[in-house]
Design a protein around this ligand. Sequence first.
Ligand code: 6PG
Length: 216
Amino acid sequence: MAAARPRMDISADPEALAHRVAQWVTDLACHAGGRFSVALSGGSTPKRLYQLLAGAPYKDAMPWDRVHWFWGDDRFVPWDAPGTHADAAGTYERELKSYYGADKLDPARPLFDVVLLGMGPDGHTASLFPGKPAVEERQRWVTEVPEPGLNPHVPRVTLTYPALESSKSVAFVAAGADKHTMMQRVLAGDRALPSAGVHPVGELVWFIDQAAQRGA
Ligand code: 6PG
């Protein structure tokens, strides 16, 4: 069966886009009955969104005591704690399983309420890079991404497709004309692009600005 076409939500510019997503996440959190879980994306695009969430009016509306924030992916930089790259992925997966309360994901009970994602110039999302083993991972919820050739060139830890897809809403956030061509390829379902492989159990939304919609 073909995947449902995502919902497109277009804002005038990056500032309006950041407000739009901030309002969307805040509204969902407010309307959720109990705890509410959000997986955050890295990259530069959501910086303004995160700034907005930390200030009025969003900060005052957000039910912080019910909201749980998770990383979608991160750079693996050993700091002051001992542990290998694989240990870090395993530790995070155990943390997620403990939060979820089970070792197996049930499509009827998604792990996340919202997963925020970005799209890289090569079509990667989170730290799922084209042609790398993490893209094939269907059992683990978290995996290490040690391969060289990533830009920037640092080992990473990432949620896998099973975890990213276990969400009531998955939202790509993309701004700027330079995202246009890759986004079109992703929306056309180009299987070589990890961003095109995200098929959540819930809705899929693309929050973009007009420049990303139009291109150069
Ligand atoms: C990261 C993310 C990555 C990011 C995209 C888009 O770099 O931390 O894992 O998937 O979301 O590369 O990045 P920009 O928002 O900077 O374009």
